[in-house]
Each structure stands twice: as C-alpha cells, then as structure tokens.
Design a protein around this ligand. Structure first.
Ligand code: NAI
Ligand code: MG
Length: 355
C-alpha cells in the first residue's frame, strides 16, 4: 500500500490533479497496487484559509506519506503579499527543502502523434528524448533576500547565490547515474565564464566524472545551451543544471514537445518523492476545463517508477497517453487541424479507460 499526499494548490492545479487521481484509480484497478490518497491545503488557497501558504499540518502529512503529488500554486491574487507569504516562496520552495528533494528530473519526450504540434520543424524535434536534471534545493532561489530604500530614493536589492561542493556532488551523481543508464552522454550547463558559483559547479562536476569513466561529460554555457535547444535539441541526452538555469531551460525544452502542459517532473533525493507538472497555475485558463492534464498524469507515471518501483505500471500510463494522442484526442494547447478537441476532464477519462 502506498500513501500519496495530494496538494492540488491554485489555478488549474485542482483540475489537473483531479485528472491524475482518476488515472491513479485506473492503475489501481488494473494492477492491484493499493494507493491511499489524502488531500491537504497548500499555496494561495491555504493562505486564504489559514493565513499561511504552507500549514504545519500539510507539511507533516507530506513527510509522513510515501510520495506527494502537487498541482501548482500562485496567481495574481497573492502576488502583492510580502515575499515569504507568497505561495511560490512561502510554500513551494520550503516544501522542496523540507522534503529534501534536491534532484528534479524533467524529461522532454515527444510523443510521435505530436511531432507536428511543436512550433519547431518536425525534423528538429521528431524522436526527441532528453532529460533535464535540475538542482532543486539550492542556488539563488534559496539565498537571502534584502531590499532597502537608498538616500536618493532609489531602491537596492540583494539576492545571494550559494552552493556547496556537497550540494553539487549529490545532484551530479544523480545525473551521471541517469546518463549511464541512457546514452552515456551528459552535458553540464553553467555560466563559468562569469559566475564564481558556476566555476565551482564545473570543477565539482568534472571531479565526479572521474567515478564515471563510461560517461562522456561536456560543459556548455547556459546562453549557448538555450540557443542549442532550439537549433539542434537532439544533440542532448542528459542536461545537468543548477536551480534557476534548469527552471528556465526546462520551460524552453517543454515547447519542443508541443506544450508545457505535457511535461512532468520528479523531485528525488529523499524518502518522500515530490511529483509535479513543470507548469504553473495558469490563471489565464483556470476553472475553464481547458488545462492539459497530461503533465500531471505523466508525473504519476514517474511516481510509479521512481517512488514505488512499479515500472510496468508507469509504462501502462505512458502507453495510455500515447494511445489517446494517436487516436486524435487533444486539449486546446496541443490542438491540431482535424483532431478532436476535449477538455481536462475528458482527456483524463480517456487515458484512464485505456489502462
Ligand atoms: P504557467 O506555467 O502557469 O503558464 C504559462 C502559459 O502556459 C500560460 O499561457 C498557460 O495558460 C499555459 N499553460 C500552463 N500549463 C498549462 C496546461 N497544463 N495546459 C495548457 N496550458 C498551460 O506560468 P505563468 O503564467 O508564468 O505563471 C502563472 C502562475 O503560476 C504564477 O503565479 C507563477 O508564479 C506560478 N507558477 C507556479 C509554479 C508551481 O507551482 N510549480 C511553477 C511556475 C509558475
Ligand atoms: Mg518553472
């Protein structure tokens, strides 16, 4: 029996998590694996209810379960709150830190049926299968923040970026292990020509490479990597990045697959895995049954694979997604001429019945 804490969150979060839970139920019926889910307030909705975006009870529940499935948090309603009460900074970042999920796996895989859904040419993206390994609990997102008004009336802010050798080594090992299981190619991304933190990043990653003589390591500057991702993305297999670079590059990589609504993620590194789509709360389409639930459904597949060691069940989910796309079902974000447009609820239902 596996215990899953559900944190639907804000905006489209509850819609996509509901779709993923439906698929989880189908997995249970099909495979006999037992899942127990319990839901907790998290993000802006938790702030409205309790005055804090990350209630103590929610954190306790997450730490006590086997895995967490998160929708998304934030939205214009909470944007003007003081920074530490905002859902992204006051809930999402501390949750990742408390769980200790320092490695975030973000696969960018193109489903054959969507090879023409990307804004890039078919030959550029067809067959794409890359994995971004993003450091998730360090770097500038977690550094101290300071804001002051200057005597001349201007404003000065300071944000700090810290990394230790230990933090870099442990996420590098996750990336090398993955590269070893895949094509044996790893590209580490940094800005070592300018940033001291990136120089350390490069030194440490190069050091870890000594333990993996079978993996071919290369280094690339982040600005070049952004360009290469749209020029010739199939040159990459595993990309290793620090926290902020990975956040940005994985949104970019998502577009290669057709939509940000397609990209799942797995936060690993401790007992409790954190699974979430890479997209945000999409306030522009929230509450309209328009969101693509596939990113969250594929996050469930990653949970089955990485937290529960049920690779066959994970493949069932991935095959069901591929099947539904092959049959022409599309949410609005991946709609193509001649295909059948469906909403969030119907898309999840169609995937569930194919399991
Ligand atoms: P976003 O990822 O929410 O949306 C970007 C664009 O992609 C929008 O046009 C949206 O409609 C579309 N989109 C996103 N997910 C989709 C889906 N499943 N199906 C179809 N279309 C989808 O990023 P944005 O607009 O920059 O941020 C909105 C809010 O979400 C902000 O408050 C932001 O801080 C928060 N956010 C939260 C994250 C999280 O909880 N993990 C991650 C990123 C942003
Ligand atoms: Mg992001």
């Amino acid at each position: 029996m596996y215990t899953i804490t559900l944190l639907p969150g804000d905006g489209i979060g509850p819609e996509v998590v509901a779709g993923a839970v439906q698929v989880l139920q189908a997995v249970q019926e099909r495979t006999g694996a037992q899942f127990v889910t319990r839901e907790a307030p998290f993000g802006g909705c938790a702030y409205d209810k309790t005055g804090t975006p990350l209630p103590e009870e929610t954190l306790k529940l997450c730490l006590a379960g086997d895995a967490v499935l998160l929708g998304a948090v934030g939205g214009p309603k909470w944007d003007s709150l003081p920074v530490h009460q905002r859902p992204e900074v006051g809930a999402l970042l501390p949750l990742r830190k408390h769980l200790g999920v320092f490695a975030n796996l973000r696969p960018s895989v193109i489903f054959p049926a969507l090879a023409d859904a990307s804004t890039l040419k078919r030959e550029v993206v067809d067959g794409l299968d890359l994995m971004v390994v993003r450091e998730l609990t360090g770097g500038i997102y977690f550094g101290s923040k300071h804001r002051e008004t200057l005597p001349d009336g201007g404003v000065k802010v300071v944000e700090t970026l810290e990394y230790t050798t230990g933090e870099i080594e442990r996420v590098a090992r996750v990336a090398f292990d993955l590269a070893r299981k895949r094509s044996g190619k790893l590209t580490s991304v940094d800005k070592a020509n300018v940033l001291e933190s990136s120089r350390l990043w490069r030194e440490v990653v190069s050091g870890v490479a000594g333990e993996y003589p079978d993996v071919e390591l290369s280094h690339m500057l982040v600005d070049n990597c952004a360009m290469q991702l749209v020029r010739y993305p199939k040159q990459f297999d595993v990309l290793l990045t620090e926290n902020m670079f990975g956040d940005i590059l994985s949104d970019q990589a998502s577009q290669l697959t057709g939509s940000i609504g397609m990209l799942p993620s797995a936060g690993l590194g401790s007992k409790v895995g954190l699974y979430e789509p890479i997209h945000g709360s999409a306030p522009d389409i929230a509450g309209q049954n328009l969101a693509n639930p596939i990113a969250t459904i594929l996050s469930v597949a990653m949970m089955l694979r990485y937290s529960f060691d049920l690779p066959e069940a994970a493949e069932l989910v991935e095959k069901a997604v591929a099947g539904v796309l092959d049959e022409g079902y599309r949410t609005a974000d991946i709609m193509q001429p001649g295909m059948r447009q469906v909403g969030t609820v119907e898309m999840a239902k169609q995937i569930g019945v194919r399991l």
